[in-house]
Ligand binder design. Structure first.
Ligand code: MN
Length: 348
């Protein structure tokens, strides 16, 4: 396995040793990758005898995140970023994200001493004597954090939470069976090492437990309302309750894995009449997020609304339908509007 050079590790040790006694790990989103990065990093910080707290922006949304949250009792360690008392008290570590201007930070000025991320951004982050940045395109940020953990000669215990969470992160971000186009040999090497200690049945359970009766109800709607337009499969699942938010993403993931479906668009409308759009494709040649940004605006597609996702804000109060008939027309109108936007060629 490719290891980090001795110089890089020495520098990491220095940065950690010189840091403040209190470290805040900042996550701009909660997903399996960010969660695993944070938990492995807690062990790294503990190795340097630091007090560490994890703060996150946003919410859990995707049912898989909720399953992980409950199964691994994460509520104990993870605090909402709104609860951060005095940011100056801490040195900060930014994981699975490297944007300091991320809108999800709500203007919180952070100067991380450590950044580990697998998304390349346009922001020019320059490492100084007191900072350590590791940004490299690969399947998951957990790969890079685990590589660092191992390079520091730390060890996983048989069946521990952190190796299990890292396996879940890899299987989610780097795609089941590590088939994502972003996967590099390092991801596979790390996966093999993790599987020696991870609790595979617990990892499997986490994937299986997300499908409940809500899922089944929405799945039926998705199947009933499915239509094919020029090789793209559309489905409008209609209104979703607040506790069903995120199921649209899960449905898109699942439907995209069905043979014969190449690109899937799942449309769902929330109580405030905003519309969530989730797009998944198996076509490696499509740069999905840039297409989504072109059509739905820059804050979509890997921006504020996540990978493969877009959102149409709620209509003006006066335009909110209040009869069943008007609601039906609204849903049809939104479907058509989205269908038009998606099938339109970028050059038009
Ligand atoms: Mn990630």
């Amino acid at each position: 396995m490719i290891s980090l050079s001795k110089d890089r590790i020495d520098k990491f040790r220095n940065v950690m040793q010189q840091s403040k006694p209190d470290i805040a790990i900042i996550l701009t989103h909660l997903d399996p990758d960010a969660i695993a990065c944070a938990k492995v990093s807690v062990n790294i910080c503990a190795h340097f005898k630091k007090n560490v707290s994890i703060f996150y922006a946003g919410g859990l949304y995707h049912p898989q995140n909720i399953a992980i949250w409950n199964k691994f009792a994460l509520a104990e360690d993870f605090k909402s970023l709104d609860k951060i008392d005095d940011i100056k008290k801490y040195d900060t570590i930014l994981l699975d994200s490297s944007s300091l201007n991320d809108s999800r930070l709500k203007g919180l000025a952070i100067k991380p001493i450590i950044i580990i991320d697998h998304h390349l951004t346009n922001e020019k982050l320059e490492e100084s004597e007191n900072t350590w940045f590791y940004i490299k395109s690969c399947g998951s940020a957990a790969t890079l954090v685990v590589q660092l953990f191992l390079a520091l000669e730390l060890e996983f215990q048989q069946g521990d939470d952190i190796s299990t969470l890292a396996v879940i992160a890899l299987l989610t971000d780097a795609d089941i069976k590590l088939l994502s186009k972003y996967v590099i040999p390092l991801d596979r090497d790390i996966y093999v090492i993790l599987m020696k200690s991870a609790d595979a049945s617990r990892a499997r359970d986490t994937f299986a437990s997300v499908k409940d009766l809500n899922y089944l109800k929405l799945f039926k709607r998705a199947i009933d309302n499915m239509e094919q337009v020029e090789g793209v499969t559309f489905t409008n699942i209609g209104f979703i309750e607040d506790n069903e938010v995120g199921y649209d993403a899960l449905l898109a993931d699942e439907l995209c894995a069905i043979s014969g479906i190449k690109t899937i668009v799942v449309i769902a409308t929330r109580k405030d009449y905003s519309t969530e759009i989730k797009v998944r494709t198996t076509d490696d040649k499509i740069e999905l997020d840039s297409h989504i940004k072109e059509r739905f605006g820059q804050e979509n597609g890997g921006g504020r609304h996540g990978k493969g996702a877009a959102r149409i804000p709620p209509p003006n109060k006066d335009d909110v339908p209040n009869t069943a008939k008007a609601r039906e027309i609204f849903l049809n109108y939104r479907s058509q509007q989205i269908l038009d936007k998606i099938s339109k060629k970028i050059s038009e």
